[in-house]
Design a binder for this molecule. Structure first.
Ligand code: FAD
Ligand code: SIN
Length: 509
């Protein structure tokens, strides 16, 4: 049993920024971060476009950012939350800059602001097309200088320890030694990110398997809005399966690129007056319809009319990746398709990031704050994580550590020698799950397919529970258990929703 004051599960922007602040506030308290891959591996690392923040108070305003967020969320955002998050943006940006993160500037020496779908103004602060990598670098560097933070990489959190609706820590598998350890904590933060690999075809890295949400669900926390899966319109089409798709940032369309069908038609103008810069839900749904009409495998992003030198300056990683797969963006159109990208719902939290379980907090993509409603506005996710990690810190900075919690007895994970399951069996099981989710819970759903998926998922739930009971626990088997739980939540909440909003479309014939 290991005792820590603050247990943080996840080392993306949400977990790390909270860790930095709480470590500074309480230099004598112990902060433990457990993370299932290398500490630098997260959705955060792959963020391209940037962070939506109102920094230009002449052309832009908080009110415009608030309105864009509300329009995008299609009537389901919590307006108070939207106001709070938008207006706190500049303070959180200042902090990131103080921690050493660098953002691009223009020739006037002010921040270079990009534009993305659904934004009425240029307001996306960025570091070329590698904003996430730059943020992750800067905050990891800060964490490495805090003596009271311990980062445990390749530790996989299995389940929360709860009793009487209060959280006392978590069990974690040390992947290097295969031991299951008990972490007893005064406060626990879930910062475990997204769910992309439940769909297989996703922009997310392989760590995104919904673990935190599944753990919270098993502990009976409130989980909401799981039907609002965001599909990014422009993932590079490479005709391969099983690995993450490379994202072509929406900022490329903000820079002037056009979407075209194979025949060259600029179809987005047929669907929305904002054309290529309509919000993400509308662009993805329009591409889906075009592909169903034409039978084509992909649509195209045309950058051939853009200034190549400027393009390479703004999007060096995208330029290089396209070149590596034989696409010369000066001459060729980039083949693109929608791919799972983000989860708008998750573990319900209040304005202090508190879940429905005492002493358990959630932040970032695994949480549901009310900011995104039915569809997240581009580049509002990093912003949300920054604002909420600060809110949780502010709240906990004034919360005494309850000494009586230390007296609670927590049992260790019961471990007896069990056989190993064939890893191939688990990976084939995972592929079947991914196919089921793509076919039955994709961009456009219907009740008949959802009910079929629900039935299959409940059978798979029984099977995976039996695997986890009868074989040695592995990261892969537990991730699969989590993904089946997340799939069940998505399917069930999709069945329950009878009104199409934002990223959710159900058509029953
Ligand atoms: P993550 O950054 O995903 O971190 C989750 C952490 O939890 C990881 O360290 C992971 O290893 C760990 N973890 C998960 N499960 C366990 C477990 N069981 N045990 C231990 N550790 C665990 N948003 C924007 O606002 N702007 C953008 O430009 C942008 N671009 C994007 C581009 C791409 C390609 C992707 C994939 C996302 C993008 N997003 C963008 C979304 C944004 O990056 C994420 O929503 C955000 O970074 C999530 O941060 P997080 O800290 O909540 O989770
Ligand atoms: C992108 O760069 O297109 C992704 C932005 C986001 O997901 O917010």
């Amino acid at each position: 049993m290991i005792k820590t004051n603050y247990l943080i599960i996840g080392s993306g922007v949400a977990g790390l920024t909270f860790a930095i602040k709480i470590a500074e506030q309480f230099p004598n308290k112990k902060i433990t971060i457990i993370t299932k891959s290398n500490a630098g591996e997260s959705n955060t690392k792959y963020a391209q476009g940037g962070i939506a923040i109102v920094t230009d108070k002449i052309e832009d305003s908080y009110q415009k950012h608030i309105e864009d967020t509300l329009i995008c969320g299609d009537g389901l955002c919590n307006e108070e939350v939207v106001k709070m998050v938008v207006t706190e943006g500049p303070k959180r940006l200042k902090e990131l800059i103080e921690w050493g993160a660098k953002f691009d500037k223009n020739t006037k020496g002010t921040l270079d602001l990009g534009k993305e779908g659904g934004h009425s103004e240029n307001r996306v602060v960025h570091h070329k097309d590698q904003t996430g990598q730059e943020i992750q670098r800067a905050i990891l560097d800060q964490v490495s200088h805090k003596e009271n933070i311990t980062v445990l990489d390749h530790y996989f959190a299995l389940d929360l320890i709860t009793d009487n609706n209060c959280c006392y820590g978590a069990y974690a598998l040390n992947e290097k030694t295969n031991e299951i350890l008990t972490y007893k904590s005064d406060f626990t933060l879930l910062a475990t990110g997204g769910i992309g690999h439940l769909y297989g075809h996703t922009t997310n890295p392989i760590i995104a398997t919904g673990d935190g949400i599944a753990m919270a669900y098993r502990a009976h926390a409130t989980i909401k809005d799981m039907e609002f899966i965001q599909f990014h319109p422009t993932a590079l089409y490479e005709n391969k399966s099983g690995s993450s798709s490379f994202l072509i940032s929406e900022a490329v369309r903000g820079f002037g690129a056009y979407l075209r069908t194979k025949n060259g038609h600029r179809f987005m103008l047929d669907y929305d007056s904002r054309g290529d810069l309509a919000s993400r839900d509308i662009v993805s749904q329009s591409i889906d319809l075009e592909l169903k009409k034409s039978g084509d495998d992909c649509v195209y992003l045309d950058c051939t009319h853009l200034n190549l030198e400027e393009f390479m300056k703004h999007f060096p990683m995208i330029y290089k990746r396209c070149k590596n797969v034989g696409i010369d963006i000066a001459k060729d159109w980039i083949p693109v398709v929608p791919a799972q990208h983000y989860l708008c719902g998750g573990i319900v939290v209040d304005k202090n990031g508190k879940t429905s379980i005492d002493n358990l907090f959630a932040c970032g993509e695994c949480s549901q704050t009310g900011l995104h409603g039915a569809n997240r506005l581009a580049s509002n996710s990093l912003l949300e994580a920054l604002v909420y990690s600060d809110k949780i810190y502010e709240y906990l900075a004034h919360q005494p550590i309850n000494e009586s919690n230390s007296k609670i007895t927590v049992s260790d994970w019961e471990r007896i020698e069990k056989p190993m399951i064939d890893p191939k069996y688990i990976s084939e099981f995972k592929s079947k799950l991914q196919l089921l989710m793509r076919q039955n819970a994709g961009i456009v759903r219907n009740d008949a397919d959802l009910l079929k998926a629900k039935d299959q998922l409940s059978k798979w739930q029984i099977e995976i529970d039996s695997i986890c009971r009868n074989y040695q626990i592995t990261k892969a088997s537990y991730e699969l258990k989590n993904m089946i739980a997340i799939g069940t939540l998505i399917v069930q909440q999709s069945i329950e929703r009878n009104e199409n909003r934002g990223g959710f479309v159900k058509i029953n014939i």
